[in-house]
Ligand binder design. Sequence first.
Ligand SMILES: [Zn+2]
Length: 211
Amino acid sequence: MNRREFLKYSFAAALGLGFPMLLPSHAQAARLEKPPVHRYFLQFTDHEERPSTDFLVIHHTGFPSDKDSTAEEIHSFHQGTMKWAGIGYHYLIRKDGMIEQGRWPSLVGAHALGHNKTSVGICLAGNFNLAKPTRAQVASLCQLTAWLCQEYELDPMKRGVIVGHRDLNDTDCPGKNLYSLLKGIRQSCRETLSFHMQERGGFDHSGELHS
Ligand SMILES: [Zn+2]
């Protein structure tokens, strides 16, 4: 059941009970909370609003050695060396799991050629052809992708919604050791979101309305 169908069904059920106002307040209360995101005050040379958000693209920094990087360092590299408006990714996840804000979330990024106007770019610090992402990075990635799917009303299990950069362009990004985790990350998002949907509507596993 998608969110729209779910809301329609729940609203019909609530009306039947004579409490049509009950559902919206529950719906607000049980939304998945935004994970903590650290912000720098990065200056960009251009600000173009993204017309739509249809999918999330997962990257690694992919430097020759598997090292940690900050969003600020990537920003200097993309702006100074690449001559872009600033950091191309919307989010960077450090090796300790901290999520850092890159490009402002509503703006067009610079991370997947030909797909930037319709996607959010998430980068994990490291080279995942050489090493594996840390547990903390994977946990933060699951939290962040689930929250983004909620905010943009995306179904994480739908084909093409959570993809690796290599699915779109000629690159090995995000590295074989991160790419191989994407299936589990989609499933984790689905479980997190369906848990919150149950909380919102008061449905149990059988789909019955709680009294
Ligand atoms: Zn990439």
